[in-house]
Design a protein around this ligand. Sequence first.
Ligand code: SAH
Ligand code: F3S
Length: 432
Amino acid sequence: MNGKKLYIETYGCQMNEYDSDRIRNALSFELTDNPADADVIIVNTCAIREKADQKAFSSLGRFKHLKAKRPDVIIGIAGCVAQLYGDKIIEKMPYVDLVIGPRAIPKLPKLITEIQSDQRKKIETSFDVEEVFEIEPYHEEGKVTAFVSIQQGCNKMCTYCIVPHVRGKEINRPLEDILQEIRRLVQKGVKEVTLIGQTVNSWKTDRYRFGDLLRIAAEIEGLLRIRFTTSYPRDVTRKMIDAMREVSKVCHHIHLPVQSGSNRVLARMKRTYTREWYIETVNRLRDAIPDIAISTDIIVGFPGETEEDFHDTMKLLEEVQFDSAFSFKFSPRPGTPAADFPDRVDDNTASRRLKELQEFQRKITLEKNMSRVGLVEEVLVEGRSKHNDGFLSGRTPHNRIVNFPGPQELIGKIVNVKITEGFQNSLRGELY
Ligand code: SAH
Ligand code: F3S
């Protein structure tokens, strides 16, 4: 701690949350929730859809007058929007001092010191940073869950996706590094880790594959649960399924984005599998692990998506019965092939399809949640419930949130909870 204060705003995925915690550790400033108090302001941004990057710019815009009043304050933009637009950001917003891409976080302390001494703006968006995993994230005391990054970037080439452009090629973190981070977290009281990567199950080193990592990580004493996200369908292997089935610490939940149920659309997305192949993968998972929960991501209104293609997606949702799904309207991203595809679906049609799909999936999710009523679930207690005094909150292995009355001494423990009610986004229960 050096008396300086950091204000940080985070948008986007788990990887960005993780990176914001790394930024916090890299700078070791005191955190403030008031930007007017801060010496350094960082907006950690997401570029996955157009709306996300607009948010980044409007968020930065709020700090313009602050810089006018206090020229010493350093205003930085980090993350995927920083990587995507680079120096153009400073052209448009001259009060920004620092633009830093996701790979360059380890360079942040040096860049801040330089800005303080030479008062010049810094733009760091190169990919050839040697130690991409070097800085581990800040961990809040008492928190029983944590993310652990095992992979940076992505080697797939989905035609709509900006991630490989802004996060670079896949780099897999060495096994020993991952284990060390988990051990340190467990020493701080963490009971559950979520291994994160863009295609987490494609993780590999010379000797090990993802299934091995699950088994080896599970040997860490004191660690109670392991989750991982996001899985790429083509990288679901026998070895991975066996590890999920045989290693009791690995939660029976997989987030497995399908994106579309139409083979024509899947081909244009370059997802490298067909609808039949995806369903077969789901069947392999369910045969091996009958109680597995499966969630997914869907894009509607991809260029060229016809009413028939959309119905194929709806039929797939009906057939697979996902536990939950995130769904989005296609958003053209600069530099991706799909941004130049002809036959854009008009916005009204895309909105209508999204609404129809979300209403349909909401019912399935609710039914699935209600079907838990009467069952006894193992819940890792994460903390007090936000909405209800005297209630605790935790998650089942399937990743459902459960609220139930109980004493706070149970935080960090796995307890049996009998489910009494099922809602759209959570369950309620009582200690069993
Ligand atoms: N592998 C990643 C996927 C990143 S993006 C992960 O870790 O989650 C998350 C989801 O956003 C994707 O699965 C996809 O459904 C959606 N998405 C990505 N690019 C998109 C775009 N251009 N328009 C709309 N949705 C998009
Ligand atoms: Fe994006 Fe496809 Fe990779 S969705 S993150 S390019 S697997």
